[in-house]
Design a protein around this ligand. Sequence first.
Ligand code: NAD
Ligand code: ZN
Length: 353
Amino acid sequence: MVSRVVFGRGSFNQLSDILSPKRLNVKAPFIYLVDDVFKGNAWLTSRISLAYADQVIFISADEEPKTSQVDQLVEQIILSHKDRPSGIIGIGGGTILDLAKAVAIMLTNPGESKDYQGWDLVKTPAIYHVGVPTISGTGAEVSRTTVLTGPEKKLGINSDYTPFDQVILDPELTKDVPKDQWFFTGMDCYIHCVESLKGTYLNAFSQSYGEKAYDLCKEIFIDGDGSKEELQDKLMMASWHGGMSIAYSQVGAAHAMSYGLGYLLGTKHGIGNCIVFDHLEEFYPEGVALFKEMKEKHNIEIPQGICSQLSDDEFDIMIDVALGLEPLWENAIGKNWKKTITREKLKALYQKM
Ligand code: NAD
Ligand code: ZN
């Protein structure tokens, strides 16, 4: 679990106080990986105080993190500094938070990041890393994984060393998120809750967090219960609780199929989940009905026909990725999932999207 967390509007101002005791020496910099949407945004960047060899690296979130990108960043950091960094600080959405976690791990572990995609393959603790989410929903700020696209698979580095050492939850940082993106990333949280609560892996730990996050999502996306600021606060906590819920269970059918879209077409996680979830009423009847209500209420158009031009080989690639995520199907359907989740079944579903 994340060992330290602060919450509150304006809590981002505490960043330098939080970091200063963690500086190892003047040659060991803090490296800030910041979403490039904040480039030139003095409101945010003026609060990052740099000393000695500290460095800000702006990173585009247009594409989701790749193992090659992680390896390249690690090399760049090693080559441009005399000492190993004192810490890595990720400021952005799931894309940047996952990059920060992966870079922190790969600065202390040999080889390439693709070698660590899987469960508990990391042997050496990562360097100190801090997460500052600027959009809410993925739960990447709290989770034990960093999802990376590698040469062979889209799979997380799941390990005890992956979670952040410190998280700063400042809902004010989410104030300028565009509406569609707010919905898509918010729905990632909602879908985490449905998949966790309706999954066969459910247990009291996951249920307690999942129910809270589910209720918060209803307050936010159905009732609109609160001021703009209150809704930002609630979504940040829903994301946290949704992430905690899947930490001790699993995601399900929507994530498995969305990973297929992401791998083949580069469809981003939030929107990909929405494209898939829209067609999963047979697995999650109530969850999908409520999702459709949320979509209507906020006038969100989900892209249609993204699979209409695909070849049989391309369908096969997506189906291979989706079927490879066995724990997700086992959670969604149960131990005998292979009886019903056939290649034909998945192809028919993808053809609707
Ligand atoms: P994202 O990080 O890709 O950001 C989406 C868009 O919002 C980007 O264009 C970004 O620049 C913009 N943005 C972010 N903050 C903003 C702000 N405050 N103001 C204006 N624009 C802002 O999106 P995401 O949905 O947060 O993350 C998706 C990624 O998270 C995927 O790579 C996915 O695999 C990963 N993920 C990880 C976990 C995990 O547990 N590690 C869980 C779910 C998803
Ligand atoms: Zn997700």
